[in-house]
Write a protein that binds this ligand. Structure first.
Ligand SMILES: Nc1ncnc2c1ncn2[C@@H]1O[C@H](COP(=O)(O)OP(=O)(O)OP(=O)(O)O)[C@@H](O)[C@H]1O
Ligand SMILES: [Mg+2]
Length: 256
């Protein structure tokens, strides 16, 4: 947690040095899912372990770190009624998907808060594989091929969690992400259920313009920073690109 606090302070300082205001505050509200999707993901503990999905465990130091993170995030979001959170980072492999899933599990399992996790990394989707789900239709199939949303939503065998996989990989992702269909879907996901938090797993902000294209649709943004790898300048550039968004914090990953 010391490291997390240091990362948050570093982020604040970087924003100030870059002439930006300190991270803003947003709100959250939460919500359940559409139809009740079938529980079609059976978690395999060995696979979850390999993928560093650990936040569902009780009283382990790693899970406790996510509890601390979750509490800070929910505090900021609930205070301002924020409902949707995008997770991005400067580069590929910084740990966005790992953080997104662990954060979602931590919120849903302990706090009785319903969470929808959406894979918005449309070129390289892997959120559902990390949770051990087979390939299945998802967001791109819904938007481009009219597959009903109810056939795309999945319910892992974790209570209060639904996932919306990305679906078939799609190269023109930023066009799709900024399309009227996607904007309408984001609004629907946010407003349909009053007690559901929506977490979007995004691509890296320095490598793709998808996060920027999607920013107007999210209430808050969390930036993952990789310990010992992310350069201060990369974080500064990322925060600059995200300056129109409500960046509520930075997570220092790879610290266990
Ligand atoms: N805290 C951690 N400790 C050790 N390994 C980690 C940690 N977080 C993530 N990893 C590992 O690092 C790799 C990249 O993680 P992940 O897929 O979450 O990153 P990403 O930012 O989503 O990548 P991409 O940009 O490709 O989507 C994975 O193998 C993951 O298991
Ligand atoms: Mg990822």
């Amino acid at each position: 947690m010391d490291r997390l606090e240091k990362a948050l302070e570093k982020s604040r300082q970087d924003r100030i040095n870059a002439g930006m205001t300190p991270a803003g505050h947003g709100v959250v509200q939460a919500v359940p899912a559409y139809a009740e999707p079938k529980p079609d993901i059976v978690p395999d503990e060995a696979l979850l372990e390999r993928n560093r999905i650990i936040a569902h465990r009780t009283r382990t130091p790693e899970a406790d770190i996510y509890r601390q993170l979750r509490t800070q995030i929910l505090h900021i979001m609930q205070k301002s009624g924020l409902k949707t959170l995008a997770i991005t980072s400067p580069h590929y492999g910084d740990g966005k998907t790992t953080v997104a899933i662990n954060l979602g599990l931590s919120i849903a399992l302990d706090l009785k808060q319903t969470v929808l996790m959406v894979d918005l990394d449309l070129r390289k989707p892997n959120l559902h594989q990390y949770m051990g789900a087979p390939p299945q239709p998802g967001l791109t199939d819904h938007l481009l091929r009219g597959v009903p949303l109810a056939d795309c939503l999945t319910r892992p065998a974790f209570e209060r969690i639904n996932t919306l996989p990305a679906g078939s990989a799609f190269d023109n992702s930023s066009e799709l992400i900024g399309s009227p269909g996607m904007i309408a879907l984001a609004r629907e996901l946010k407003e349909r259920y009053p007690d559901r938090l929506v977490i979007y797993d995004m691509p890296p902000v320095l490598a793709q313009d998808d996060p920027i294209a999607f920013l107007p649709q999210v209430d808050a943004v969390l930036v993952v920073v990789r310990d010992g790898i992310t350069r201060a300048d990369d974080l500064k550039r990322s925060l600059h690109l995200l300056s129109g968004a409500n960046v509520i914090g930075t997570v220092l990953n790879n610290c266990w």
